[in-house]
Structures are given as structure tokens and as C-alpha cells.
Design a protein around this ligand. Structure first.
Ligand code: GLN
Length: 199
């Protein structure tokens, strides 16, 4: 089974480990550049993107990770992880940087105060069966998708209907929501099949 690193600087690292195990992958924690060696894939967890961004620079992981993504390391980012993968961010802090790689513009905390956090089902292309059980927690949405990225899911109903919440670009996968905290491992299974080049 593939070995997938989980960036373990801040955020819901433990939940991703459990979801990766359910999806048939091995996980390892990444806190130092050397821990990127030999990985088949990497997960950027949910948390706080501005904090993770600062820690990436302090831990001298920013450049090695940028390079790894540019040379084709498969990466899955959930929520803050999606922000870190995005080439462009709206409503970021003035000094906020991303790793980039995904040709999308994301808007941080996009769902607004009324629906700040919620759970719903989301139909995701490439995931069979009923909609993925998805937790949105001060989540971003994808405001704009460039020509290199593909939309995998939008919100089905309600005030945010039509908003883009899952995207893929080659071996990069990102969701606005956290599938790792609802016990639905199918997004991680999708990522593992991307890592295995089966999807
Ligand atoms: N609002 C957070 C951010 O901007 C993301 C929230 C999350 O990952 N649940 O990074």
C-alpha cells in the first residue's frame, strides 16, 4: 500500500490518519523537509491556513514542498489545505502565502456567518454511491477555476447552491470540506486511487 505523508504542523492531522488507514494507505507525519523523501503522496489537513503558512516557513518546508508539488507529488488538501494548494486567495491576510499548484482562486471563510459551519451531502465526480458526508467549518469555496483545473463537486441546494467545493488538477485534489471528520473515507479512497494512478 502507498505511504502518504500528513503535514503535521497544525490542524486535524489525526482524523486524516484514520481516514487514510480506512482507505488502505499507510501514513507518516511530515514536520521536516527530510520527511518528504520517499512519499507516494501528501495530505494537507484542515486547520488555519495563515498559521500553517507561517509554520511552513518557520520549519523550512515551504520551498521543499513547493518543489515537490511542482515535480508531481500527489497532494490532497482539505479546507485550509485547499487554500494552501490554491494559486490565488481572496480574503487572505496581507502576508499570506500559499504553496500553489492548483489553478484556482479560493475565497477564505466564504460561506459567511449565517452558515459558518454545517454538514451536508455532496455528490463528487469519481465517487460512487450517495453524496459524500461533508463537514464545512469556516470553509473556503472555489471562486474561479482556471483552465488547468477540473470541478469535481458543487453545493447542491441552499444559499450557496452551485458553489464549487471540490477540484482536481492531475494528481492534486482539494475539497472545501472535511470528509475526514464525518467517517466517510471515500474522498481518501479517491486520493489513494489518484496516488496509485488508477484514476
Ligand atoms: N478558515 C480557515 C482558513 O482560512 C479554514 C478552516 C478549516 O480548515 N476548517 O484557513
Amino acid at each position: 500500500s502507498p505511504t502518504i505523508g500528513v503535514l503535521a504542523l497544525q490542524g486535524d492531522v489525526r482524523e486524516h490518519r484514520t481516514a487514510l488507514e480506512s482507505a488502505g494507505a499507510r501514513w507518516t507525519s511530515v514536520r521536516r523537509p527530510a520527511e518528504l523523501d520517499g512519499l507516494d503522496g501528501l495530505v494537507l489537513p484542515g486547520g488555519e491556513s495563515t498559521t500553517i503558512d507561517k509554520l511552513l516557513r518557520i520549519f523550512e518546508l515551504h520551498e521543499p514542498l513547493r518543489e515537490a508539488i511542482a515535480s508531481g507529488l500527489p497532494v490532497y488538501g482539505s479546507c485550509a489545505g485547499m487554500i494552501l494548494l490554491a494559486d490565488r486567495v481572496l480574503d487572505g491576510t496581507s502576508d499570506q502565502q500559499t504553496l500553489g499548484g492548483l489553478d484556482v482562486t479560493v475565497r477564505r471563510n466564504a460561506f459567511g456567518r449565517q452558515v459558518d459551519s454545517f454538514e451536508t451531502h455532496v455528490d463528487v465526480e469519481g465517487v460512487g454511491g450517495p453524496g459524500v458526508r461533508a463537514a464545512f467549518i469556516r470553509a473556503p469555496w472555489v471562486e474561479e477555476v482556471g483552465p488547468r483545473a477540473t470541478v469535481l463537486a458543487t453545493i447542491g441546494a441552499g444559499p450557496a447552491a452551485g458553489r464549487i467545493v471540490a477540484v482536481r488538477q492531475g494528481s492534486l485534489l482539494a475539497t472545501s470540506f472535511h470528509p475526514e471528520i464525518t467517517g466517510d473515507a471515500r474522498i481518501h479512497e479517491l486520493f489513494v486511487s489518484i496516488v496509485r494512478k488508477e484514476y
